[in-house]
Design a protein around this ligand. Sequence first.
Ligand code: 3PG
Length: 390
Amino acid sequence: MASSMPSTVMISSRMDSICRPCLAANSGLRYCRPRAAAATAQFSSTNKLKLEPLLIGGVISRQQPRASFKAETYEANQGETAPPSSAEPAAPMNRLKIGIYFVTWWSLNVVFNIYNKKVLNAYPFPWLTSTLSLLAGSTLMFLSWATGLVAPPDTDVEFWKSLFPVALAHTIGHVAATVSMSKVAVSFTHIIKSSEPAFSVVIQRLFLGEHFSLPVYLSLIPIVGGCGLAALTELNFNMTGFVGAMVSNIAFVFRNIFSKKGMKAGKAVGGLNYYACLSIMSLVLLTPFALVVEPPQQWISGWNVAVQNVGPQLFWWVMAQSVFYHLYNQVSYMSLDEISPLTFSIGNTMKRVSVIVSSIIIFRTPIQPINAVGAAIAVLGTFFYSQAKQ
Ligand code: 3PG
């Protein structure tokens, strides 16, 4: 139980001292650090800094000290504005490391989206392919645990109970995005998904009574306006595709809210295993619905038709979309442990830009100039939102 955890942790580098993205603060953010008062302390292996535990994706991470140095902690919302530590790792190396995380995250995400769309074009079974993505991730993690590559998590009933609403929202968001991509261009789904911050603000305002600054509200104007323009001028508009992306936005906002609420329950599980548990529970939740919505007889007949059309490589496309789905999520969790909310939020927006641009090029998606202008305005709006939220 989180409540039974010691309230003393040792932080050991600037990486550990910068705040993690708050779940409810930005789209797709899953790590959160409780609001600790700004603190600066000189400490070593014999001089430990007392802080609130570090929450990661609804769990507590207790980190080990590495060396003697000056550590600084900041308010969770300060992001990149926090003053630098005098003994932080060399900035160029730091930037290089974050750059590698980002390039890996975006690349894996682009590959996932490309193969996901290739599969869905040939084999339009979004419920099945969503399930296979979760199955691949769960299998990889079970193998990692079985071979000792990753230590299995020590969980309790409270942990799984608190994970349930998170997994439910994750499942809905995932399948809704996949259904969307089965009906419209990948670029269109991601343009609509770039409006997630607007949903986040509205839902938190309505359901949690939270207030935001004027710049945050103003940033929603280009997000909503840009998405609206892109939707109205989309050449291959499809209502199911549009609604799927919108439902995914709503579900992911609730996933973030539930994660934040569930943080105080259950045993401590690190980020990598937390995402593994999320995948496993989502797989259990989604499988019966996938079987009902797309019965296995249809899978087989659909598969035969698809293989006739695109050849036996369809199998490898399915493998690729499934494995890359897990890998990009895994890397995004890893990068979350290294960067501030602002950096993550901007990284997530850049990820959408990478996916939108690369999918338009690869699939030769026809777009009108006014459609591209709408998308650009929406993406710029998410940048403004990221800045205003800090
Ligand atoms: C999914 O299938 O879960 C979505 O494509 C996820 O999209 P996102 O991680 O870019 O929000």
